[in-house]
Design a protein around this ligand. Sequence first.
Ligand SMILES: N[C@@H](CCC(=O)N[C@@H](CS)C(=O)NCC(=O)O)C(=O)O
Length: 91
Amino acid sequence: MIIVHHLNNSRSQRILWLLEELAIPYELKCYQRDPKTNLAPPELKAINALGKSPVIEDGAQKLIESSAIIDYLIRRHGDGRLQPDPSTPRL
Ligand SMILES: N[C@@H](CCC(=O)N[C@@H](CS)C(=O)NCC(=O)O)C(=O)O
């Protein structure tokens, strides 16, 4: 089961959208921004030394960087969905 470390009001939302679109089951671990500083809570640093979201875990694999996560999910779990053929002619 993929685990998503999700921070409220963050680009982690893109990962949740993608997982929903691909109907991939996942477990959500939520973190709340500090209401004063708007920064992520210190607990996120235990997952990602940068203290940033999103982070996913897929078995022993841990990934950070939303674009890399999106690329990974589509390639690994997309079964060809949301992945246009690169040879498709440009208009
Ligand atoms: N380049 C990274 C940026 C990660 C990032 O800056 N995440 C923000 C939310 S959009 C964050 O965790 N901010 C909390 C903080 O800096 O304390 C990515 O695309 O994943």
